[in-house]
Structures are given as C-alpha cells and as structure tokens.
Design a protein around this ligand. Structure first.
Ligand code: PNS
Length: 158
C-alpha cells in the first residue's frame, strides 16, 4: 500500500523553505499532496488559484508530488484522501506553539497524526510573510523563493 502525506499551508507564496520540507516529506512517504489552504488568521496576498499555480511551478518535476487547493477543513481533506500523516516544517519555538494546537485539533477531528520536520537552518530566515512584505515594496525576493515564483512576483509588481 502506498503511503500518502499531506503538506498543508497557505503558501502565500511558496518559499524555498516549503520546497525543502516537501522534498524531505517525499523521502519518507511515497506520495505527497501539497494542500493549499486558507488560514483565517492571515490576510492572503495571492488568491487560492495563484498560490496553487506558483506551488505547481515550484514543485514541477518532483515525482509523487501533487498540488491541490483545500477549501474546507484540512482534517476532512486528509480523511477523504486517505492520508497517513500531515507533514509540517518547524523553524523554531514560535512555529511549534502554533503547530502544536493545530496538530492536536486535526488529530481530534480526524485521527490524522502530524509529523514535524525541522526546517533547514540555512533557510531559517525565510518566511512567506517577509517575502510578501519585500515583494510589496518592490524588493528582490531571489534566493527566498523558487526562481519561477520570484519572477512571477516581480512581474506582478512591475
Ligand atoms: O502556512 P500556514 O498559514 O501556517 O498554514 C495554516 C493552514 C492553512 C494549514 C491552516 O490554517 C489550515 O489547516 N487551514 C484550513 C482550515 C482548517 O482546517 N482549519 C483548522 C486548523 S486546526
């Protein structure tokens, strides 16, 4: 039986840190669905279609990885897809505090376990929120996001 993991996030936009976590999830599971969801506590810069499109561009060529939008509860999505686990990256204790509550709630709702991967320390400074801020002011986001994403953000600003 193939093992399936779901890597959820708002991916607004997908960063090199996210790509690293997806690749490492793929080393643990046969298939990975990158689930582009909405985070009600954040205001998104990009709409869901744009976030999905950029994630697809960033992850092209990774066999076993697909990108899908999620409009409802992540727990329901995981149940429908038969996911073995949710995989999320942690950069440090601030991430942990948020993620712990979400992982327990997702397990409460659907029984799905969350597996945490420590983010690559060389990417510890990379966060979508900062990428958004830099892009809004017309700054250069190269080296923080995949090249295709950087080009697209800079084109949108021009
Ligand atoms: O990248 P983020 O913003 O930290 O990801 C958070 C996200 C989108 C995974 C979370 O907000 C989520 O799961 N949203 C979907 C709706 C849902 O299931 N909410 C309950 C979470 S316990």
């Amino acid at each position: 039986m193939t093992s399936l993991a779901v890597c959820p996030g708002s991916f607004d936009p997908i960063t090199l840190g996210h790509v690293d976590v997806v690749k490492r999830a793929l080393s643990l599971f046969d298939e990975v669905i990158v689930a582009v969801a909405n985070n009600p506590s954040k205001s998104h810069m990009l709409d869901s279609d744009q976030r999905v499109m950029l994630a697809r561009q960033a992850l092209v060529g990774l066999d076993g990885v697909t990108v899908e939008p999620v409009s409802g509860l992540l727990a329901d999505f995981c149940t429908e897809r038969g996911a073995r686990a949710i995989v999320k990256g942690l950069r440090g204790s601030a991430d942990f505090d948020d993620e712990m509550a979400m992982s327990l709630l997702n397990r409460h709702l659907s029984g799905v376990e969350t597996v945490f991967i420590m983010g690559d320390p060389t990417l510890n400074h990379v966060a979508s929120s900062m990428v958004k801020e830099i892009a809004r002011y017309g700054g250069d986001v190269t080296g923080l996001v995949p090249d295709a994403v950087a080009r697209s953000l800079m084109r949108a600003k021009a």
